[in-house]
Design a protein around this ligand. Structure first.
Ligand code: NOJ
Length: 740
């Protein structure tokens, strides 16, 4: 409808009805199921609150959406439809790799297309808004939610994926297609101290703006329709109560005028944070910060009217918040079609997991996997003539889709073993489970949620499983081991201090290696792991992440050479947990450490290397490539001009393959210290064996801007280093001057 009738609708609403639009409740309130994505506390809402509420959390399924919407509208005085919002993170029924894997593709164009597929499936089953993408920059792998972050440790990469994902989700939104994207968790959630979930975030405003805010900004610039607040504090004020962040930065500076929703129960938690004494105060703080929708508490429902009556907030504030919610409903066409094109569950089923969708998930998983090690070129494996064994708790498991794959249709997944059967033929190799993902003790630490994924309760006697595998592998010459974390060891509340493989998995690798077998480890995990313990026993290491519905086939594609690995790391892999946080874009210090410099009086440790095990941007392929002849077409750059950096990439064979050529810049002297390297561009380049290709990057003055000493955003004249490499460490360099 036009703006005028929408305004008129707002004018006709009672204050209770307006407040209702600011409340989000979950499926259990509507006689449906409850997908628990937060503490399962009972909230004190009444039937009246339910009848007035504006949106529903995590209910999907076309038939269910119709049932709830119809019952709600039948009671509704003004017939304002409910908005259905859900966590559709990296797939609906067809699942793509989890975002940490998606990021390793360094292929935002492909991901934009894949997210259109995700949106198409979710839309058919009634999803109107998705709580995705999460674009929190993260430099500490102890934090469990690294699994959800496509940009990993890097703001530039994060921005490129934020933009791609929002565009993918929202493709065709005006024509009733796609789903609205809610970017989260605003802001800085990934910088939780010590990697501890929900913990304090505290840093300089310069760093916050420079390194943490850009991906959210990129999502807003790509027209993300909603924003979700984060659980953490920013400068000692919880984000949900932080008017500077929500109003001054997000709305005033960035021009965002859509609805702002809290994360799960975050208004109530303002009391735990110690900034509000009661629900009234918590509600006032959030509304004053221009937070519009209260997810899953009764704070707004029961406090806002009283606050207006007492004159502590104005009715105009409620009108403005309600207007933003109504405007989104209107933009999504709900007043014309309250189901937004979703018809029946049967009709929805027909478009799920089609062969095209499954093959796009497979292509994506092929690109997401990162080959970390390939000693003696043990990979790719021959399809004939070898004596192969397939071992490990993930070898014949469908639990390789990760913890957010709530709606994944596992009937379309095949396990690694099933994929091996398809390639080699059943019985052409030996299989043994080897051990469980976790031993009984570690499994116990996951609590009641453990049963949701990961193959159930572990056996008491892990040694018996190991011994069985060792004897099954006696005649094999090569063993492929499918190992990893439990899906719930990463994700929300998945913070850990020990990032190594569980003890019995390590023991399995050692024992098989000791038999003299070539040992290939395929790792399923949601974070960078500390791999130093298994390194001496692993001839090859393939990081498969949580590869999604087509993960089994993709592992086989890579291992048998039907796909040449091209994934590159988005997070540095530590050599030991004590190095965390770890990232390539360090600031210089007065006493920098060299690669082999571990002496005293340099920035580093006495008891650990100064560098991680595998750097940002790293990954191997079945071909090798070399870069040469980095040239700049000018020595001096002025604002408004372009400088071109070109380099020759040579595929040295033996096969065709794809490299990610990466551009990093460094401002040598500034009014504040500047990172030693910052990613500013990249290109995926595919070459034939023996082919040479020139790759070029454009550098402009805009790319050299930063938050200067006086907190203005701009560049400073002086010398800049240009680095181009195949990862963040193996680079060629040149330099130029920026003149005013
Ligand atoms: C809590 C999580 O932090 C957030 O990412 C998610 O979208 C909400 N719960 C809703 O399920």
């Amino acid at each position: 409808m036009d703006t005028a009738p929408l305004r008129q609708l707002l004018d006709e609403m009672t204050i209770d009805e307006k407040i209702g639009q600011l409340v989000q409740l979950s499926g259990d309130c509507f006689g449906g199921g409850d997908i628990a994505t937060g503490p399962a506390a009972k909230i004190g809402v009444t039937q009246e609150d339910i009848d007035r509420c504006g949106s529903v959390l995590n209910v999907l399924g076309a038939d269910e959406i119709h049932r709830i919407q119809d019952a709600y509208l039948a009671k509704s005085r003004l017939h304002i439809p409910l908005l259905f919002m859900a966590d559709v993170i990296y797939g609906y029924q067809t699942c793509y790799p989890s975002p940490i894997g998606l990021g390793c593709t360094w292929d935002p164009e492909m991901i934009e297309g894949d997210y259109q597929v995700v949106a198409e499936e979710a839309h058919a089953d009634g999803c109107m808004v998705t709580f995705s993408p999460a674009v929190d920059v993260v430099r500490d792998a102890r934090w469990g939610r690294v699994v959800e972050m496509p940009g990993g440790e890097d703001p530039y990469l994060g921005s490129r994926f934020a933009e791609a994902m929002v565009k993918g989700f929202q493709q065709g939104l005006d024509e009733g297609q796609g789903v609205a994207s809610c970017v989260k968790h605003f802001a800085g959630y990934g910088a939780a101290e010590g990697g501890r979930e929900y913990n304090t975030v505290d840093m300089s405003e310069r760093r916050f703006r420079q390194d943490y805010l850009p991906p959210y900004k990129a999502a807003i610039d790509a027209d993300a329709k909603m924003v979700m607040t984060s659980f953490n504090t920013v400068d000692e004020v919880p984000a949900t109560a932080n008017r500077w962040l929500m109003h001054d930065v997000l709305r005033e500076e960035w021009g965002f005028d859509g609805p702002l929703i809290t994360d799960y129960a975050a208004i109530l938690e303002l009391m735990n944070h110690g900034v509000a004494a009661d629900k009234d105060e918590a509600s006032k703080l959030a509304l004053d910060a221009t937070v519009d929708i209260d997810m899953k508490t009764d704070c707004y429902a029961h406090s806002l009217k009283r606050l207006v009556e007492k004159g502590r907030i104005s009715e105009q504030q409620i009108d403005e918040a309600c207007w933003r919610v109504l405007s989104l409903k209107n933009e999504l066409g709900l007043f014309e079609d309250p189901y937004r094109g979703c018809t029946t569950s049967d009709a929805a089923r027909a478009i799920m997991c089609t062969p095209e969708k499954l093959s796009s998930a497979r292509a994506c998983a092929d690109e997401a996997m990162v080959l970390l090690r390939n000693e003696g070129q043990v990979l790719p494996l021959a399809k004939e003539g070898g004596r192969l064994a397939l071992v490990g708790p993930y070898a014949d498991s469908k639990e390789i889709v990760g913890m957010w794959a709530i709606h994944a249709d596992r009937s379309h997944s095949c396990t690694v073993k099933e994929a091996f059967d398809a390639v080699l033929g059943e019985g052409a190799y030996v299989y043994a489970k080897g051990c469980d993902v976790l031993g009984p003790e570690e499994y116990g630490t996951l609590g009641e949620f453990a049963r949701f994924a990961g193959g159930g309760e572990p056996a008491e006697d892990q040694e018996a499983l190991i011994a069985e595998a060792v004897s099954a592998c006696a005649d094999a010459d090569t063993v492929v081991l499918c190992l990893g974390e439990h899906p719930l060891q990463s994700g929300e509340a998945g913070a850990r201090t020990k990032l190594r493989l569980p003890a019995q998995q390590q023991e399995l690798v050692r024992r098989l290696h000791d038999l003299g077998k070539r040992t290939i480890c395929v790792l399923f995990a949601g974070r960078p792991l500390v791999l130093t313990d298994i390194l001496p026993y692993a001839d090859a290491l393939l990081m498969a992440w949580w590869p999604g519905t087509a993960g089994g086939e993709a592992v086989a594609d890579i291992l048998f050479g039907d796909a040449n690995p091209s994934g590159r790391l988005t997070m540095s892999f530590p050599a030991t947990e004590g190095q965390l946080p770890l990232y390539y874009a360090q600031f210089p210090t007065g006493r920098p450490a060299g690669k082999n410099h571990t002496g005293r009086f340099v920035t580093g440790y006495l008891d650990a290397p100064n560098f991680g095990l595998y750097p940002f941007g790293y990954g191997l392929s079945y071909h090798t490539s070399a870069l040469s002849d980095l040239t700049l077409d000018r020595e001096v750059l002025h604002p408004g001009e372009e400088l071109h950096a070109s380099i020759t990439l040579e595929n040295e064979g033996p096969v065709a393959g794809t490299d990610v050529v990466q551009l990093y810049l460094h401002d040598c002297t500034g009014s504040v210290t500047r990172p030693i390297k910052e990613l500013k561009g990249f290109e995926r380049v595919t070459t034939e064996s023996g082919e040479r290709r020139e790759v070029s990057f454009t550098i402009t003055e805009e790319m050299l801007r930063f938050w200067r000493r006086d907190m203005t955003f701009g560049s400073e004249p002086g010398r800049f280093d240009v680095y181009v490499g195949l990862d963040s460490q193996r680079v060629l360099s040149a330099s130029f001057e920026l003149e005013a």
